[in-house]
Design a protein around this ligand. Structure first.
Ligand SMILES: NC(=O)c1ccc[n+]([C@@H]2O[C@H](COP(=O)([O-])OP(=O)(O)OC[C@H]3O[C@@H](n4cnc5c(N)ncnc54)[C@H](O)[C@@H]3O)[C@@H](O)[C@H]2O)c1
Length: 355
């Protein structure tokens, strides 16, 4: 059976019993087994919603679903499906009343996107088209979308607010821009449609329980998992690209945001969604931290050594990028609460628990 083929392995039935519990409604998280989605599931549940994950596990592990269940003290439902699979998506939405979708499913490795732009377009952009069509069939009209600060391209001014010019400097970034434009068309194509595109800066850290966190496959693309691997002795040293940027210590500055803060931003967006048409909102702290700030905080908080070597700058990198998060505060009543020390401590606790 076409649809059944996509539903295997996990507890993939819909949570009909949860319908009858005191829940504000079902939030479907595409890509919900991933790093960010799993943390959002926890916060969504804490806010009284029922999270249901939908994931094909192409970059995440099935064990996350059980760990989420342990964390929440109740089974977490997961539909194993690919967002590009029309039959599976129709079946998923046909089975129950979803209040809103948080759409995280996507590939995100910039380097891989340069090598395989068609794959990135197919997975991220066409996948979103299929998802929206399935939502249309059953009248689901609310979405929070995982966008990225990559839509701003090379920073032209700091801090970066939502009116900063947009440009795609790699195929991954192009998919985020394409999807934001697709969502503009979608909200205009029918009544009562509501979208919030959240433009994440640099999510790091892990849940304080150390049950969920970031587990990239292979050599990581992002700084924090790389630092963790070096601290564990799995990589000999951290290559720092550029020690002569015009920043306070010469290394590149980014806006790292604790993944739990980021997750809470999604709950705040859900609460405001019905007052939106399609709004774009930055989720960042507004505070830049350099590569060496991260290394030093990591060593101080965790008592671990992170050997590093300064290497030449990489083409296309920027000296600094950090958010103006004031729209999130005005529009969502949200601001980041956790600092760099929390981020490095929780990232390390999660890594330690993995053994
Ligand atoms: N982590 C970051 O630094 C960052 C920054 C900005 C934006 N984002 C965006 O946030 C979202 C989540 O990122 P993450 O860091 O949690 O990544 P992740 O790789 O941990 O999670 C993505 C999840 O989506 C799933 N997925 C991918 N393609 C799918 C498909 N076709 N059908 C069903 N499931 C699919 C994967 O299996 C995975 O569980 C992505 O859209 C990413 O582009 C991430």
């Amino acid at each position: 059976m076409e649809d059944g083929a996509a539903f295997n392995g996990l507890s993939c039935s819909w949570p009909t019993t949860l319908h009858t519990m005191a829940s504000r409604g079902i939030i479907l998280l595409t890509g919900g087994a991933g790093f960010i989605g799993s943390h959002i599931a926890v916060e969504v549940a804490a806010a009284g919603w029922t999270p249901v994950l939908l994931d094909n596990f192409c970059t995440s592990e099935r064990s996350v679903v059980d760990r989420l269940g342990e964390l929440m003290g109740m089974p977490v439902r997961c539909i194993e499906a690919d967002i590009r699979h029309e039959g599976a998506m129709r079946a998923a939405f046909g089975s129950t009343a979803v209040h809103a979708v948080i759409h995280l499913a996507g590939l995100k490795a910039v380097g891989e996107s340069v090598e395989k732009p068609e794959l990135y377009h197919d997975n991220n952009v066409r996948g979103t088209e299929v998802l929206l069509a399935a939502m249309d069939e059953v009248g689901v009209r609310r979405m929070v979308f995982s966008s990225s600060c990559t839509v701003y391209g090379t920073p032209q001014r700091l801090p970066i607010d939502e009116s900063h010019p947009l440009s795609a400097i790699n195929p991954y970034g192009q998919t985020k821009l394409d999807i934001e434009h697709m969502l503009d068309r979608w909200v205009d194509a029918g009544p009562d449609r509501h979208v919030c595109s959240l433009r994440y800066f640099n999510p790091v850290g892990a849940h304080a329980s150390a049950l969920i966190g970031e587990s990239p496959l292979g050599i990581p693309n992002n700084l924090m998992p790389f630092v963790v691997m070096v601290a564990r002795g799995e990589l000999p040293e951290l290559g720092v690209f550029g020690g002569d940027w015009p920043t306070h210590d010469g290394t590149g500055v980014r806006d790292y945001i604790h993944v739990v803060d980021l997750a809470r931003g999604h709950v705040a967006a859900l609460d405001q969604l019905d007052s939106m048409h399609h709004e774009r909102i930055n989720l960042g702290t507004g505070m830049g931290a350099s590569v060496l700030d991260v290394v030093h905080a990591f060593e101080r908080m965790n008592g671990a050594k992170v050997p590093y070597a300064i290497r030449p700058r990489r083409a296309g990198d920027a000296a600094a990028a950090y958010a103006d998060p004031s729209l999130a505060e005005r529009r969502l009543g949200w601001r980041a609460q956790l600092g760099l020390d929390d981020m490095v401590r929780d990232a390390w606790s999660f890594a330690q628990r993995q053994g």
